[in-house]
Design a binder for this molecule. Structure first.
Ligand code: NAP
Ligand code: ZN
Ligand code: ZN
Length: 353
């Protein structure tokens, strides 16, 4: 077994603290990665605080992982020692169901194994995430990171990036379309960058007027403040796609009013119930679609990283040492991050990189 140091939550209300644990030695198909950087996704806060009622403790969060391969099993073909690798939200799936066969492992009918807050397949061993020094993952769930990119700013692509890329591609966003990205946080800022790079006319839809300047810098053509009823009315019936990253249940009805006939709002933020409820009439009048999307498959994650390398796209990050992770969680909840915290794992090893 490999001894690993990390940070863990032990219940839903105490701060994360240093935690030592063991990982398996790499098997024939495994890749052992020395973690360099890990992003702090809003999901990490939801999970640690048990917002979704499924928390397993001790919990080592972290599913936006970039690191250096230190060892590979004898059967591994895709990567070798020294390569830069990424790991996102999943570390396993059944590989046999129709979703897995369609490269949509995130929708595995037997449930993909989550990078943390889950159990290894067929075992009671908890999975532990990237707020740690090392991780061992089966080759299929590891992607190659183009070394030309700024690695600390690549980490958030492994969740925030793929979660916004996948629906933009699925709904075929491109030139001539007006796309609204709702919520300028970790996911939202990547949604703006990708929608722009794909050629759409992009509107940042935000509750925070002070973020307008940043939104334009990130690539938005326009900014719409969702709390301004007059501005919302002026944008009615004009959007081809809305990508909604709001992290909590909320009133989706005003956003549905923005969609053109037959067009779609994709929820990627809120996993819980919408309040107030969705009114059927707001879908019926104009035959509108309200749907959701979860991360992306492994092939699509590699495609997204390759697109980022080609177009020079990375996240806007604020680096934090792991010792400040609890303060970073508090700031994230106060909407005070531009636009993703990334932990430098060198701080866990006691040095800086
Ligand atoms: P984040 O950085 O906190 O950004 C969320 C943004 O939503 C905020 O910056 C804010 O933008 C807006 N917002 C926050 N609270 C709001 C409220 N009460 N009403 C309206 N707008 C609000 O979070 P994130 O890391 O992007 O994650 C967003 C959500 O996606 C989380 O719930 C996370 O669990 C979920 N997620 C889902 C997937 C998936 O596979 N579907 C993957 C990753 C994450 P403005 O200031 O611009 O309004
Ligand atoms: Zn995430
Ligand atoms: Zn499956």
């Amino acid at each position: 077994m490999i001894e690993v140091r990390g940070y863990a939550a032990h219940d839903h209300k105490s701060p994360l603290v240093p935690f030592s644990f063991q990982r398996r030695e790499p098997g024939p198909h495994d890749v052992q990665i020395e973690i360099l950087y890990v992003g702090i996704c809003h999901t990490d806060v939801h999970q640690v605080r048990n917002d979704w009622g499924n928390a397993l403790y001790p919990m080592v969060p972290g599913h936006e992982i970039v690191g250096r391969v230190v060892k590979v099993g004898a059967e591994v073909k895709k990567l070798k020692a020294g390569d830069i690798a990424g790991v996102g939200c999943m570390v396993d799936s059944c590989r046999q169901c129709s979703a897995c066969k369609a490269d949509l492992e995130q929708y595995c009918e037997k449930a993909a194994t989550q990078t943390y807050n889950d159990k290894e397949r067929g075992s009671d061993q908890l999975t532990f995430g990237g707020y740690s020094e090392q991780i061992v993952v089966e080759e299929h769930f590891v992607v190659k990171v183009p070394a030309s990119l700024d690695l600390k700013a690549v980490a958030p692509l492994l969740c925030a990036g793929i979660t916004t890329w996948s629906p933009l591609r699925h709904w075929k966003v491109g030139p001539g379309q007006k796309v609204g990205v709702v919520g300028l946080g970790g996911l939202g800022h990547m949604g703006v960058k990708f929608a722009k790079a794909l050629g759409a006319h992009v509107v940042m839809i935000t509750t925070s007027p002070e973020k307008g300047k940043d939104a334009k810098r990130l690539g938005a053509d326009e900014v719409l403040v969702s709390r301004d009823a007059n501005a919302m009315a002026a944008h009615a019936l004009s959007y081809d796609l809305l990508l909604n990253t709001i992290p909590v249940g909320h009133d989706v009805n005003p956003y549905l009013a923005l969609l053109k006939r037959d067009c779609t709002m994709v929820l990627v933020g809120a996993l819980t119930a919408m309040e107030p409820p969705v009114f059927g009439v707001n879908l019926m009048l104009g035959r509108k679609n309200l749907t959701g999307s979860g991360i992306g498959g492994m092939a699509e994650t590699q495609e997204m990283l390759d697109f980022c390398a080609e177009h020079g796209i990375v996240s806007d990050v604020e680096m934090v040492p792991i010792q400040s992770v609890n303060q970073a969680f508090e700031r994230l909840l106060k909407n005070d991050v531009k636009y993703r915290f990334v932990i430098d794992i060198a701080s866990l090893r006691g040095g800086s990189r």
